[in-house]
Design a protein around this ligand. Structure first.
Ligand SMILES: *Cc1c(COP(=O)(O)O)cnc(C)c1O
Length: 368
């Protein structure tokens, strides 16, 4: 049996007719930039999240950059984020000229450790970017409390957590701006690069929309210099079709996670889920010893796995200039050789899940 980490082809097959039709319609209507398909998706996504404004942009990375620029983050500023994330989060900070301040992750959730945030707050700190890693909300009450106390903006990186909830509220609605990615393999994925910003603030929404579209509200009326980062009509139309299925897909991910949890809890470290949160399992990340041997064993059985992430950001060559040492981020450093992402995607069958469980059990018995 071949089990990939995600199966985008299986998803397409399940909604092929609708997708083919809508793509045809966008082309027929020449609604490539702006237009009704974009507007429809922006409205529907804002409704889904439960927020006033959604602004489509070119990617999740751009969403973060546009959010930071909208909040006037500049080169004399500092922005805090977590060591255990994808580089896009910190890249967006550096792209504004601001300095990145990394914080270690929590040993149970792998999200930003809220008890270590205040140690890096300085007079220059302007914002915090919590990342809802793997699909689980970060500890937003505590983060908002710290932000309020020090007068900081909060930009949520929701790239992995569409539909996740914290105390019954949608993730992305809790900070000043929420940033989504629709990279193809995300829980809601386009057929290319795509992203969006959400906010309840009218002024921020207007400014973000302008910044992402050359600083204008109408043709040739540019109030400031921005960039070109728009969600195109084809991607918006695809996303609008897929959005209708997102809740069903999330529930399937959660059901798969439950099967994994029940069978694996005694043999590996399974994901810890914070009370009062809805984890949407973009990734199902366990921890094992002798990871390389286990990966090879599973590969031989046709099972693909992933590592999120093999090197915590502060230890990448890109951030060597910050001069960090392992003891600066002990948790991120200690989990990096143990984390292992198992296949999880809505189209995965019970039979496939059982197959992964069986062979993982064998591998752990042999090597851990
Ligand atoms: C995928 C991802 C991004 C970037 O999104 P792109 O659409 O690929 O630019 C940002 N942050 C996190 C945590 C991600 O997983």
């Amino acid at each position: 049996m071949q089990i990939p980490l995600v199966d985008l082809k299986a998803q397409y097959d399940s909604i092929k007719d609708e997708i083919d039709q809508i793509i045809h319609n966008v082309i027929k209507d020449s609604a490539f930039i702006g237009g009704k398909y974009l507007k429809s998706f922006e409205n529907n996504f804002a409704n889904y999240i439960g927020i006033k404004h959604c602004i489509g942009v070119g990617s999740g990375t751009d969403a973060l950059f546009v959010a930071l620029k909208t909040l006037d983050i500049k080169d004399s500023d500092e922005v805090i984020t977590v060591a255990n994330t994808f580089i896009a989060t910190s890249e967006a900070i550096s792209m504004t000229g601001a300095r990145v301040r990394f914080v270690d992750c929590d040993k149970d959730t792998y999200n930003i450790d809220v008890n270590k945030i205040e140690k890096v707050v300085s007079k220059k700190t302007k914002a915090i970017i919590p990342v809802h890693i793997y699909g689980q909300p970060a500890d937003m009450d505590r983060i908002m409390e710290i932000a309020k106390h020090y007068g900081l903006f909060v930009i949520e990186d929701v790239a992995q957590a569409h539909g996740a909830k914290y105390k019954n509220k949608s993730i992305g609605t809790l900070g000043d701006i929420g940033c989504f990615s629709f990279f193809p393999s995300k829980n809601l994925g386009a057929y290319g690069d795509a992203g969006a910003i959400v906010t309840s603030n009218n002024e921020l929404a207007q400014k973000a929309r302008m910044f992402a579209n050359h600083g204008r509200i109408e043709k040739y009326n540019h109030e400031f210099e921005g960039i070109n980062s728009r969600l195109d009509g084809l991607q918006a139309a695809v996303l609008d079709v897929k959005l209708k299925y997102l809740e069903k897909w999330i529930e399937r991910r959660r059901a798969i996670a439950k099967m994994y949890n029940e069978e694996l809890r005694n043999i590996v470290v399974i994901p810890y889920v914070m009370p009062e949160t809805r984890h949407v399992y973009h990734l199902y990340v366990i921890r094992v010893r002798n990871r390389e041997k286990i990966i090879t064993y599973l590969q031989e059985k046709g099972i693909s796995t992933g590592i999120h992430y093999p090197v915590p950001l502060p230890f990448l060559k890109a951030y060597r200039y910050l001069g960090h040492k392992p003891e600066d981020f002990p948790v991120s450093y200690s989990i990096k050789d143990e984390v292992l992402s198992l296949p999880i995607y809505p189209e995965m069958t019970d039979e496939q899940v059982s197959y992964v469980i069986k062979h993982l059990k064998d591998a752990v018995k042999r090597y851990s």
